[in-house]
Design a binder for this molecule. Structure first.
Ligand SMILES: Cc1cc2nc3c(=O)[nH]c(=O)nc-3n(C[C@H](O)[C@H](O)[C@H](O)COP(=O)(O)OP(=O)(O)OC[C@H]3O[C@@H](n4cnc5c(N)ncnc54)[C@H](O)[C@@H]3O)c2cc1C
Length: 413
C-alpha cells in the first residue's frame, strides 16, 4: 500500500464557494480536513469568485454568521427589503416586502469575490486543516475503511487517505463522473449575462425580477450604491449582446428593464454563463458525498443554488459533529449511517427547490395566446391571496422545512 502524504478524516475536492464554506464548518468540529482546489483562490482565475453577485437567503446568512463570518460580511452584504416581480409587456405584478413578512430583510446580496475571500481567510490559520491550492484531484479509489486519492500539486504527486471524500467540484464534477453516477440534465438553451451597474435612482434595498420573452432579468441592490444585473437571454442573442460596446449594451439593457430606476448610468465588466439544470442521480457512494453544484446545479432565476448548498453544508457538518460526539474514538464520518442520513435528509429540499426553479422558467417561458394575461392574473392573485406570499417567502428565505442547527442560528455542537 502507498504511504499517504496526508491522512485525514475528510477530504474536500473543490474550494469554490461551497467547498470553502464546508471547510469552515468542519474546522469547528474535531475532524482533520484537507481541501484541494485546482485554482489559486486569491486569483481572478478562480471561476467561483468572479464578478457575480450572490443573493443570500436569511437562513444562509445565519449559517455564515455561525461560521464566524459576521464581521467580514458586515460592510459587504446589502439587505433586500422588497422584491417586485412582473412580466414585460403585461399587467399584473407581485411585491414581497420584508416588513410584511416580519423580517428586517428578505435576504442579502454580496459579491462572489468578497464572499470567496471571506470564506478562505479564516482557513489560513485554522488548526486540523490543510489547504492545497492550486492542486488537482487526479484519481481516487474507495475502500472498506478509507478513500485513497492522488492529487497533482504543481507537478508533484501527493497521496491522501481520508475516511470520507466530499465532492464540491462543480456542475461537471469529475468525482461524480468517476463514480459513474448518472445525471438528469435540462439544457435551457439560455445564457445569463451578469453585470454590475449604477442607476440614476437609488435602489434602497429594492430588488426586481422581470420576466421577458427571452428569459428573466433580475436587478438586485448591491453595496456602495450599485446594482447587480443578471440578464437571461437565448444563447445566440446572449452572444450578440456580449459583443456590443458598453454604450450599446447599456441602451439595450435600459430598453429591456425600463425606466423604473431612471437612467442606467454606468455598466461594469460582463460575464457569461451557460444555464442548465443538472441533478445527480445519487448524493452518495461508498465513502463519498456530493455537495453544491456537483449535487444540484440550477437556473439562477430565483438565486437558490448556493443557498440550497449551504443547507447541504450545514447538514453534513451537523451529522459528522453528532457522530463524533456520540461515538468518540469509533466515530467514522464516511460510514454508511452518516451517508444515508445525509442523503435522506437533503433529498426533499433539493427536489422542491429544483422543481420550483424549473417551474418558474417553464411557466414564464411558455408562449401562446392569452398566456401573458393569465400569468398577469396569476401574479395579481398571488399578490392578494393571504398566506401565498408568506409561504413562498419562507421557502426562498431558507426558513422552511427541516433545518440543520446552523441554519437556525445555533452552534454546531
Ligand atoms: C449568473 C449566476 C448567478 C447566480 N446567483 C446566485 C444567487 O443569487 N444565489 C444563489 O444561491 N446561487 C446563485 N448562483 C449559483 C451559485 O453561484 C452556485 O451554486 C455556486 O457558485 C456553486 O458553487 P460550487 O462550489 O458548488 O461550484 P463551483 O463554483 O463550480 O466550484 C467548484 C470548484 O471545484 C474546483 N475543482 C473542479 N475540479 C477539481 C479537481 N479535480 N480538483 C480540485 N479542484 C477542482 C474548481 O476549480 C472550482 O473552484 C448563481 C449562478 C449563476 C451562474
Amino acid at each position: 500500500m502507498t504511504v499517504a502524504d496526508y491522512s485525514c478524516d475528510v477530504l474536500i475536492v473543490g474550494g469554490g464557494l461551497v467547498g470553502s464554506a464546508l471547510a469552515n464548518a468542519l474546522c469547528r468540529i474535531p475532524v482533520r480536513t484537507v481541501l484541494v482546489e485546482a485554482r489559486d483562490p486569491g486569483s481572478f482565475e478562480q471561476p467561483g469568485f468572479d464578478g457575480r453577485v450572490t443573493a443570500l437567503a436569511n437562513g444562509s446568512k445565519r449559517i455564515l454568521e455561525q461560521l464566524g463570518l459576521r464581521d467580514s460580511l458586515r460592510g459587504e452584504a446589502e439587505p433586500i427589503v422588497s422584491i417586485h416581480i412582473g412580466e414585460q409587456g403585461h399587467f399584473g405584478a407581485a411585491r414581497i416586502v420584508a416588513q410584511h413578512e416580519g423580517v428586517d430583510a428578505l435576504g442579502y446580496t454580496i459579491g462572489n469575490r468578497a464572499l470567496g475571500a471571506a470564506l478562505w481567510k479564516p482557513l489560513e490559520g485554522a488548526s486540523a486543516f490543510t489547504g492545497l491550492a492550486p492542486a488537482k484531484l487526479v484519481s481516487f479509489v474507495g475502500g472498506e475503511d478509507s478513500v485513497t486519492a492522488e492529487v497533482d500539486e504543481g507537478g508533484r504527486r501527493v497521496n491522501i487517505r481520508a475516511r470520507l471524500l466530499i465532492a464540491a467540484d462543480g456542475t461537471r464534477s469529475s468525482v461524480r463522473q468517476s463514480l459513474g453516477i448518472p445525471v438528469r440534465e435540462n439544457d435551457y438553451g439560455q445564457r445569463a449575462i451578469n453585470v454590475n451597474v449604477t442607476t440614476e435612482a437609488a435602489l434602497d434595498g429594492r430588488a426586481f425580477e422581470r420576466f421577458t420573452p427571452q428569459g428573466p432579468l433580475a436587478v438586485l441592490p448591491l453595496a456602495r450604491g450599485r446594482a447587480a444585473v443578471v440578464w437571461t437571454l437565448g444563447a445566440s442573442e446572449a452572444d450578440r449582446v456580449m459583443a456590443l460596446s458598453d454604450e450599446t449594451f447599456r441602451c439595450e439593457l435600459q430598453r429591456a428593464f425600463g425606466h423604473r430606476l431612471g437612467r442606467i448610468e454606468r455598466v461594469g465588466q460582463r460575464g457569461l454563463h451557460a444555464l442548465s439544470r443538472v441533478r445527480s442521480g445519487a448524493l452518495s457512494d461508498r465513502r463519498t458525498l456530493l455537495v453544491g453544484n456537483a449535487a444540484v446545479s440550477l437556473h439562477p432565476v430565483a438565486g437558490q443554488a448556493f443557498n440550497l448548498a449551504l443547507r447541504d453544508v450545514a447538514t453534513i457538518a451537523e451529522l459528522i459533529a453528532d457522530d463524533a460526539a456520540s461515538r468518540g474514538e469509533n466515530a467514522d464520518p464516511g460510514s454508511d449511517r452518516v451517508l444515508e442520513r445525509y442523503a435522506e435528509w437533503r433529498r426533499d429540499d433539493q427536489r422542491k427547490v429544483a422543481w420550483f426553479t424549473h417551474g418558474l422558467i417553464r411557466g414564464f417561458g411558455a408562449r401562446g395566446p392569452g398566456l401573458g394575461a393569465l400569468r398577469g392574473l396569476g401574479l395579481v392573485a398571488f399578490d392578494l391571496v393571504p398566506g401565498a406570499k408568506a409561504l413562498l417567502a419562507r421557502h426562498t428565505m431558507g426558513m422552511a422545512g427541516r433545518l440543520p442547527r446552523l441554519a437556525r442560528g445555533l452552534p454546531l455542537s
